[in-house]
Design a protein around this ligand. Structure first.
Ligand SMILES: NC(=O)c1ccc[n+]([C@@H]2O[C@H](COP(=O)([O-])OP(=O)(O)OC[C@H]3O[C@@H](n4cnc5c(N)ncnc54)[C@H](OP(=O)(O)O)[C@@H]3O)[C@@H](O)[C@H]2O)c1
Length: 303
């Protein structure tokens, strides 16, 4: 359902562009800013208005959405010179949909509270295709009343909306998601290498296992790409490394061992050392092939 919110959108990259377009399609008035020009031009061509800074976006909007890179990027856009905080006015909400540190999220929310700005952290899962299709999973932290106010906006961008708790809780849940994604990728990669080395066609193994308790998104989506020799990104190795670093930093704060996550991060580091940081995360299988002295899957010798 449409509301009369005036929306600001900052961060028109792979995820931000289609998310902003879905808000336009839902009938919202949109004011946009991006660090570089191409993102702005793309959205202005679709009917958005351009503003000169995050501050100017905030001044013209009732809700400002950001989807940027890492914690320092959100901090800069929120609290830096000409940042959102300088455009504070009654009723302003900032929804940060980037994946960043829960601690940094809470620190920004605290600064905002003193300036009269409400904040939600609402990171997403579902990738570029989910952003295009408007089917993202959105996990939100903040106060329940602000979440309820913003629900119609989330419904224009996502399919699953879960309120997770106070400020930072959305980011904590997103990092849990990344732990599961990373370990499912490792499990799928180990099974592929094991099947191939033990003389069973990996495609047959996938067909059998994904129908049962061993099924996962990785087995359905990443394993077939590996067998087809397709290591193009969906989600890049270096992006997954950022998220696993954030998960391990969070775990460190209260002595929570995450041995599996740490292992996946080390294996991805080996790929980065080989110059594969821009590859899709399914390249994890290459690290295991090396350890097993196994021939490369997807080189035409496997179906
Ligand atoms: N890609 C995915 O599949 C995916 C899935 C789920 C969640 N995420 C998360 O979503 C966020 C965005 O990902 P993405 O794939 O859309 O990244 P991206 O294509 O690299 O876009 C990042 C956007 O942030 C802007 N930006 C970065 N640093 C900035 C700064 N310091 N000041 C101002 N603007 C800045 C960039 O501006 P320029 O255009 O000028 O570079 C760009 O518009 C990340 O936190 C990522 O972890 C991504």
């Amino acid at each position: 359902m449409e509301t009369n919110e005036r929306i600001g959108f900052i961060g028109l990259g792979i995820m931000g562009r289609p998310m902003a377009r879905n808000l336009l399609k839902a009938g919202y008035q949109l004011t946009v800013w991006n660090r570089s020009r191409p993102g702005i031009d793309a959205l202005v061509a679709d009917g958005a208005l351009a503003a000169g800074s995050p501050r100017a976006v905030a001044e013209r909007s009732s809700v400002v959405i950001t989807i940027l890179g890492d914690s320092p990027d959100t901090e800069r856009v929120a609290l830096g010179e000409n940042g959102i905080i300088e455009g504070a006015h009654d009723g302003l909400v900032h929804i940060d949909m980037s994946t960043i540190s829960p601690a940094v999220t809470r620190a920004i929310a605290k600064r905002y509270a003193a300036a009269g700005i409400e904040m939600l952290d609402a990171p997403v899962s579902g990738g570029e295709q989910g952003a295009i299709d408007g089917t993202l999973s959105i996990m939100a932290g903040g106060t329940p009343d602000v979440f309820d106010r913003c629900r119609p906006l989330f419904e224009a961008m996502g399919k699953s909306l879960v309120y997770c708790g106070p400020h930072g809780a959305g980011q904590v849940v997103k990092l849990c998601n990344q732990v599961v994604v990373g370990l499912n990728n490792l499990a799928m990669s180990e099974a592929l290498v094991l099947a191939a080395k033990a003389g069973v066609d990996p495609a047959t193994m996938i067909e059998a296992v994904r129908a049962g308790a061993g099924s996962s998104w990785a087995l359905h989506n990443l394993a077939p790409r590996i067998l087809a020799g397709d290591f193009k990104p969906g989600f890049k190795v270096w992006q997954q490394q950022k998220d696993l670093r954030l998960a391990l930093e969070l775990a460190d704060q209260d002595h929570t061992p995450l041995p599996g996550t740490a292992l996946v991060r080390q294996l991805f580091a080996a790929l980065e050392a080989e110059g594969l940081g821009e590859a899709g995360t399914q390249a994890l299988v290459k690290a295991l092939e090396k350890l097993a002295n196994a021939p490369a899957l997807g080189d035409g010798t496997t179906s």
